[in-house]
Design a protein around this ligand. Structure first.
Ligand code: NI
Length: 165
């Protein structure tokens, strides 16, 4: 396993649609392992293959830090409801923005063994799945931000102050 370089906004690889994975090879397995390691190392909750420069339909998510999911060739089957919240991205370091997304998502994908699974997610899991899925289509969350992109540290400070009040 190895850490990969995370591409940041402005890199054209982040704006391109990704290709379907036809078969699981040793190289792709290694990519998935590296993506997980890179995500944990950067304290992220999700990472998509284009963020490490590979245009394949793969992303990984772990919203709790101990429950990783690998999604290969994901398809969004259903969404419903609405949530609004601060979102960030390892490809847009230090920034955050308010994004409205569905509160529920049902997704079908293959795992790292190319076995199909269906998963339902709500709240942060739904947000993470839809955010990572957008990467596979060449989109970043900043395109959907309501208002301005802000410094993540400022927003965090404000939230902490609010808690104290
Ligand atoms: Ni992202």
């Amino acid at each position: 396993m190895a850490l990969r370089n995370i591409r940041t906004m402005g890199d054209p690889v982040l704006t391109k649609p990704c290709k379907e994975v036809k078969e699981m090879t040793d190289r792709t397995r290694e990519l998935i392992d590296d993506m997980l390691e890179t995500m944990y190392d950067a304290d992220g909750v999700g990472l998509a293959a284009p963020q490490v420069g590979i245009l394949k339909r793969i992303f990984v998510i772990d919203v709790t830090g101990e429950d990783p999911f690998v999604f290969v060739n994901p398809e969004i089957l259903e969404t419903s409801g609405e949530q609004e919240g601060w979102e960030g991205c390892l490809s847009v370091p230090g920034k955050t923005g308010m994004v409205k997304r569905p509160n529920y998502v049902k997704v079908r994908a293959l795992d790292e063994n190319m076995e199909e699974f269906t998963l339902e997610g709500e709240e942060i899991m739904a947000r993470a799945i839809l955010h990572e899925y957008d990467h596979l289509e060449g989109h970043l969350y900043v395109e959907q931000v309501e208002g301005e992109l802000r410094e993540a540290s400022e927003v965090q400070e404000e939230a902490e102050k609010k808690k104290e009040d």
